[in-house]
Design a protein around this ligand. Structure first.
Ligand code: CP
Length: 322
């Protein structure tokens, strides 16, 4: 493993499998009545969030605490960022407080990369603009592997031959880019299904197929990942109306019925119910939305553990039980 996790492209297949398998080990340990492990005792993790978040911020905090790290939560709202303090000065201030790892979410693509050049500790990208969100891709891969290949049984295996369709607002999605990179490294066959206006110009260079049709892709999919329509990042009209978008690219019960029986429905959250995903689909037995959130804690524990070099699990487990 490298010192930082900025992009899913930083991960070789072996690195990604190490994280997924470590998460499986941690999932076993955290199923026990005492969830806390002493592996990162004495280490400090700073959560540096310049953009809103529910799942990622809380799960990084829960992950660090379950590994017994000290956690400092920083939110740009109410901080000296409001007085004009720069990202560099904010980061150096937090580092002076002894951060071993900085988890950053920022509205600017490339912010995590810049930060990695300024601090001595590890940097984890928790979402930078429309660029990447590598731990979301890891938790999505972990969820697919568990649901499609069986929890535990899939250890050491990738996602070879698994067909994943990622649907909707790819243009504004850091989740889509990280997933395409990671899933292809793990051997999955990825197709993006989106209107042409919501695909990036350079999509031809991505390791995936592209389709403008959703209906024809569904029967061929083992997993379908619905993306949030990110209206807050839109500066133009990318489709005629929300109703028209839902009609062509939204997943409702009738469309879900086109999926093979074993296929799962994913969404990174937060969801726009009634836009990209109907409520009946989001709440159905095929939906892994809640499971993805739970797996997010386990994956982020694995990432922090591997980046910060915690003690071995068996030793840690013994220490907890004493
Ligand atoms: N999936 C995701 O990143 O959710 P949050 O914005 O709530 O962290």
């Amino acid at each position: 493993m490298r010192r930082h996790l900025i992009s899913a492209a930083d991960l070789s297949r072996a690195d990604a499998l190490l994280i997924l398998d470590t998460a499986e080990e941690l999932a076993d340990l955290t199923d026990r009545p005492i969830k806390k492990l002493p592996t990162l005792r004495g280490r400090t993790v700073v959560n540096l969030f310049f953009e809103d978040s529910t799942r990622t911020r809380i799960s990084f905090e829960a992950a660090a605490k379950r590994l017994s790290a000290d956690v400092i939560n920083f939110s740009a709202k109410g901080s000296s960022v409001a007085k004009g303090e720069s990202l560099k000065d904010t980061a150096l201030t937090l580092e002076a407080m002894g951060a071993d790892a900085v988890v950053i979410r920022h509205g600017a693509s490339g912010a995590a990369h810049r930060l990695a050049g300024w601090v001595r500790g590890s940097v984890v990208n928790a979402g930078d603009g429309t660029h990447e969100h590598p731990t979301q891709a890891l938790l999505d891969a972990f969820t697919m592997r568990r649901r499609l290949q069986g929890a535990g049984a899939a250890r050491g295996k990738g996602l070879d031959g698994i067909r994943v369709t990622i649907v909707g607002d790819v243009l504004h999605s850091r989740v889509a880019r990280s997933n395409v990179l990671l899933l292809s490294a793990l051997g999955a066959q990825v197709t993006l299904a989106a209107p042409p206006t919501l695909l990036p110009l350079a999509v031809d260079s991505w390791p995936c197929a592209v389709s403008y049709e959703l209906d024809s892709e569904l029967p061929k999919s083992d997993a379908v990942m619905m993306l949030r329509v990110q209206t807050e990042r839109m500066t133009a009209a990318y489709f005629p109306s929300v109703r028209e978008y839902s009609r062509r690219y939204g997943l409702d019960a009738a469309r879900m019925a086109r999926l093979p029986e074993h296929a799962i429905v994913m969404h990174p959250g937060p969801m726009n119910r009634g836009v990209e995903i109907a409520a009946e689909v989001a709440d159905s037995a095929r939906s892994t939305v809640v499971e993805q959130v739970a797996n997010g804690v386990t994956i982020r524990m694995a990432v922090l553990y591997l980046l910060l070099g915690g003690t071995e699990f068996p030793e840690a487990a013994a220490e907890v039980s004493r």
